[in-house]
Design a protein around this ligand. Structure first.
Ligand code: ZN
Length: 260
């Protein structure tokens, strides 16, 4: 964003708000949400690796930093054949908490007819289990985890050779496919990670970011809305829709919404 051009920035935000309201009226709003560190407080894979595979993780992180491994190759080296059976994993997942605004965001999307989908570079087994633990339901795209003799067998959920992310589940790819199937869609992406969320953020119409994703977007001059937890995301979107319902004039600058 060009901070020396506030008038341009104001117009961009007003256009953004009009596009959101138009999509909302057409039932074409979709919210893609990262899981680890965004919908959940902690990163499941990162926490597992720090606790149970600290030495291997340190070696692989160095190799990743040197560019010797893609993000998926890193995951495969780290978790392929991981000796950690379903029972132990279930016990570990019992300690994974969701973001304080997670339940209400899902409920808000249902009430407001906003499609909601988790996009995760983590694993389907964990997402299924965490939905049951926390009594929440969502559709998702993620990598695959099964067990063989108590050891992990993992497969990518959607690699994309055309994207630089190198992950097993390219979020740009999912959003691009969604647009083909829903040409009117206005795509919102919520995330926290530079590696797995950046391409999804680039592909989206509106981005909510924190953590290393926020730093990476700022460095590239890509506009985004900062957030701390999912209550913030819901509040900004709800106020935008309320302004569109005529309670406050569209383009009002008094709200403080859509400020970085
Ligand atoms: Zn990608």
């Amino acid at each position: 964003m060009s901070e020396d051009e506030p008038a341009f920035e104001g117009r961009r935000r007003e256009a953004q708000e009009r596009a959101i309201l138009r999509a909302a009226r057409a039932g074409a709003l979709v919210l893609f949400c990262d899981f680890d560190g965004t919908f959940s407080r902690r990163d499941v894979g990162g926490s597992l690796a720090r606790e149970y595979l600290p030495e291997l993780r340190a070696v692989l992180q160095e190799r990743y930093q040197r560019g010797e491994l893609s993000a998926w190759e890193y995951a495969l080296e780290l978790f392929g054949d991981f000796d950690f059976d379903a029972e132990r994993l279930n016990a570990f997942l019992g300690n994974i908490e969701l973001d304080p605004g997670a339940h209400r965001l899902v409920e808000w999307c249902r009430m407001r007819r906003v499609a909601f989908q988790i996009l995760s570079d983590g694993f389907d087994f964990n997402l299924d289990r965490l939905q049951a633990i926390h009594s929440v339901k969502f559709s998702y795209s993620a990598n695959h985890l099964s067990f063989e003799g108590g050891r992990w067998k993992i497969r990518p959920g959607g690699r994309n050779a055309e994207c630089g992310c190198g992950t097993g589940m390219c979020k740009r790819g999912v959003i691009a496919k969604y647009r083909v199937d829903h040409p009117e869609a206005y795509c919102i992406h919520v995330g926290d990670g530079r590696v797995s969320d950046f391409c999804g953020a680039e592909a989206a119409d509106l981005v909510f970011a924190k953590g290393s994703l926020a730093s990476a977007l700022r460095a590239q001059g890509i506009p985004f809305e900062a957030f701390e937890n999912l209550h913030d995301v819901r509040s900004v979107l709800e106020r935008t829709l309320q302004r569109g319902s005529g309670r406050r004039p569209l383009g009002s600058r008094a709200s403080g919404d859509f400020q970085r």
